[in-house]
Design a binder for this molecule. Structure first.
Ligand code: MRU
Length: 340
């Protein structure tokens, strides 16, 4: 395969490498993802993360394994294992369904490679379209709040919600970004803060529990988040804590926008109750770990509840900003979300 480089994926010498998103921002280290076991390990540990990126990394690895001589049965098994690596972000399933069709073709090696590269290029274009559609909603002097990480690290392009914020900043309309640290794994504090700093966007890092008082003081003009799956009725699964922000935004009359590409839509999922929510390890809540070491503060045998995502009901969302344009609450007809 031809060499390829995005913010967090690299193909060089026919090998896949990932930028370790658990080591950032203290260390910028690229790790090999040469086998299914290796990539699944990175996905479980959130070294590769973000709804679009996990689908793209899995697709690239399949294409590379095919080029290295894996047969159709081995690739089908690899595809099934990768598809099951995380349950919530439907981009993974949607991308791998496309790869499955390529695998069914006679010249599957070339077909898989072409399809993986097409998915990468498409994702870049989807991000650009989202940024264009979303930035039109950002008014001059905006103080925006965002949760988790939705930037170039999580996609092949400029990102989703963070792509909107970056373009709105270039257009001179962003006064400040409130960055939720995003417990438990701190994708906001580690990654969004780093990306905004690199882009020169003014931001202030806050703990997740500070959003309410900021909104009460009139310090937040809009909330922008990404999505891991959008159900047929417009309910949205995203990083845990998103739902609380949507409730707060509704109470304080702050617009709440969800930015996502078409690969995040799941028309087969009737509503948020049907979205599978990933449960994660207790250690992520009883302490923190990172390139700076591991710290644990809870009693050793503390019982823990650690869902990675929550569901925001469609009724709390002011707009779904897709690559095809902005869907408003008026476009949810008879309980069905109608993308343009
Ligand atoms: O557990 P993560 O870090 O993969 O969760 C990521 C999110 O929830 C993002 O908001 C979502 O995937 C959109 S990324 C463009």
């Amino acid at each position: 395969m031809q060499p390829l480089q995005t913010t967090s994926l690299r193909v060089a010498d026919n090998q896949l490498f990932i930028l370790d998103q658990q080591a950032l921002p203290q260390q910028k280290q690229w790790l090999p993802a040469s086998t299914v076991e290796e990539l699944v390990g990175h996905i479980h540990a959130l070294r590769v993360r973000g709804a679009p990126l996990i689908g793209l990394s899995a697709s690239l690895l399949l294409a590379l394994l095919a080029e290295q001589g894996a047969n159709r049965d081995q690739l089908a098994q690899a595809l099934a294992t990768l598809r099951a690596s995380r349950p919530t972000a439907v981009n993974l399933m949607n991308n791998l369904d496309r790869m499955k069709q390529a695998l069914a073709q006679e010249h599957f090696v070339a077909a898989l490679s072409a399809e993986a590269l097409r998915l990468i290029e498409e994702d870049k274009a989807l991000c650009d379209n989202i940024a264009n559609a979303g930035s039109a909603l950002v008014t001059p002097g905006s103080r925006l709040l965002t949760h988790c990480n939705t930037g170039g690290l999580a996609t092949a392009g400029v990102g989703t919600a963070l792509g909107v914020i970056a373009l709105a900043h270039q257009q001179g309309n962003v006064a400040n970004v409130w960055v939720d640290e995003t417990r438990p794994l701190l994708q906001g504090g580690r990654l969004t803060a780093w990306e905004l700093g690199e882009l020169g966007v003014p931001y202030q890092l806050i703990t997740d529990s500070m959003a309410a008082s900021l909104m009460a003081k009139g310090q937040v003009d809009a909330v922008w988040v990404g999505a891991d799956r959008i159900a047929a009725n417009g309910d949205v699964a995203n990083k845990i804590g998103t739902y609380s922000l949507a409730v707060l935004a509704k109470f304080h009359n702050v617009p709440f926008y969800v930015a996502a590409p078409q690969t995040t839509l799941d028309p087969h999922c009737p509503n948020g109750d049907a979205i599978p929510i990933e449960q994660r390890a207790a250690a992520e809540v009883t302490g923190v770990a990172g390139s700076f070491g591991a710290v644990s503060w809870a009693p050793e045998n503390a019982r823990v509840y650690n869902p990675a995502f929550d569901v925001t009901p469609a009724a709390l969302i002011s707009g779904w900003v897709l690559d095809s344009g902005v869907v408003t609450p008026a476009d949810v007809v008879n309980g069905i979300f109608q993308p343009r």
